[in-house]
Ligand binder design. Structure first.
Ligand code: P5A
Length: 440
């Protein structure tokens, strides 16, 4: 991508409305724009990051055996009247009427709708277990939307829903998502700790929130500090192994970890004082087992091996991609801007032409840009006629992991500079060596 033809509206000044660093940096880097309170457009740079986050979420959902579909954002109120949540959900639900005066709503979550899909076609235990997910916009008319896309009214959610014949089966389905979440957040460059959590309007008794520790987090959390160094399940984890997944769950729930709603002061005080971590955190995922809470009132049942009908045991599993992007920035930035983990960086490499219009600089940059693009890298080429200082500041602000800098003096020697955004380390090398470093 040539910056001269891209759309990346950088802000020079710090936006006044932004209270936390991720919101400030997302606005300054031209990643998002607020359209009305708590409702955002994702501009091209932000969209690239969001897409990469979603690709990792999708990959790990698929690995764990979940199946992707797509459900609409607008739902009929009837479904919610069946489950009993239409009245219970309150003011957070945006209620709409269509031209026939039928009550509709902008979905805050999809338990009812997916249960309706399930009951219309699954009739036998032989079709279980089943886990269906989508990545879709949601709307919750939050009383206090704030911190940009961290807590917005319209936001994206990956929501998965599992169906099993028995409670034991449902626990295995829960453990699959539990392990998939540990892997997902790790691949996003984050350390998320599962904590016992309140189930709120989703319901059920068993639930874990996945929390990133951050000073700007909205929740108060309490846990054993060893969780920070626990091993993450590997890529070859067998998601069909009941014992294997139970062992992962048992290990990750063996020490104290709870959100403030579930906090037990006495149990926490039993943790040796030096091992206690009391901090603030950002909830990036939340998983629930709620048994037959929806299947019973909505009549979702299957025939079991005993020939009788059984209400299915369900769970639901949420991740917030539009919250994850600022959460990653909270965890990874410095005074100059964002530092993206390679897995979600909007571009792999930025090529900086320090003197656009200078034939040797232009030729060198074109050569590098073409070679790296051909090798399948996402490359941003800063071919604008801005001053070198402005270009360096922009590259640091948008956080691309590698900068290849071509200035007249180095280029005259057949060389460029390669800068690592995270460490700031710079290395001069031949043009060929710079290309080979990222092509190999
Ligand atoms: C689980 C999937 C649910 O809604 N139903 C379907 C269950 N859970 S939840 O905890 O309420 O939300 C899941 C995740 O969505 C993100 N999230 C938000 N992100 C941005 N702005 C918001 N206002 C917002 N509300 C929820 C969080 O990451 C949460 O863990």
């Amino acid at each position: 991508m040539r910056l001269s033809r891209y759309f990346m509206p950088i802000l020079k000044e710090n936006p006044k409305e932004a209270e936390i660093v991720s919101h400030r940096l997302m606005l300054r880097a031209g990643m998002i724009r607020q359209q009305s309170q708590g409702i955002y457009s994702w501009l091209p740079l932000g969209k690239r990051v969001l897409d990469k986050v979603n690709a990792i979420i999708r990959d790990e959902q698929n690995r764990a055996g979940a199946i992707e579909l797509s459900m609409p954002t607008l739902q009929s109120a009837e479904l919610w009247q069946e489950s009993g949540r239409y009245d219970a959900y309150g003011k957070e639900m945006l209620r709409i009427k269509d031209r026939q005066d039928r009550p509709m709503l902008y979905g805050p979550t999809n338990e009812e709708m997916v249960t309706d899909i399930f009951r219309s076609s699954v009739k036998s235990y032989k079709d279980l277990p089943l886990n269906l997910y989508h990545i879709q916009l949601k709307f919750r008319d939050e009383i206090r939307p704030r911190f940009g896309t961290m807590r917005s009214r319209e936001f994206m959610m990956k929501d998965a829903y599992s169906f099993d014949l028995t409670r034991e089966g449902a626990e295995h389905s829960y453990n699959k998502m539990f392990a998939a979440y540990l892997r997902t957040f790790d691949r996003l460059g984050l350390r998320a700790i599962p904590m016992r959590a309140d189930t709120g309007p989703i319901g059920g008794k068993l639930s874990h929130e996945f929390i990133i520790l951050a000073d700007t987090g909205e929740s108060e959390v309490f846990c054993h500090k060893d969780f920070v160094d626990f091993d993450i399940p590997g890529a070859h984890t067998d998601f069909d192994s009941v014992e294997g997944l139970q062992a992962i769950f048992d290990k990750w729930t063996s020490l104290y970890a709870a959100t403030s709603e579930m906090h037990d002061e006495a149990a926490f005080n039993a943790v040796p004082e030096g091992d206690r971590l009391s901090a603030r955190g950002i909830e990036v995922g939340h998983i629930f087992y709620f048994g037959t809470k929806y299947s019973e009132p909505m009549g979702a049942k299957v025939q079991g091996p005993d020939g009788k009908e059984h209400f299915v045991h369900m769970g639901s599993y949420g991740i917030g991609p539009t919250r994850l992007v600022p959460a990653i920035i909270e965890a990874s930035h410095d005074d100059n801007g964002i530092i993206w983990p390679a897995s979600v960086a909007p571009f792999d490499i930025v090529v900086i032409n320090m003197k656009a219009g200078d034939q040797a600089c232009d030729d060198t940059c074109e050569l590098i840009y073409a070679a790296l693009t051909k090798a399948g890298k996402d490359v941003l080429y800063d071919d604008t006629d801005d001053r070198a200082g402005t270009k360096f500041a922009t590259a640091d602000l948008i956080g691309v992991p590698v900068q290849i800098i071509a200035g007249p003096r180095a280029v005259a020697n057949g060389e460029v500079e390669v800068k690592d955004r995270k460490t700031g380390a710079r290395q001069t090398m031949t043009i060929e060596a710079a290309i080979n470093r990222f092509v190999a």
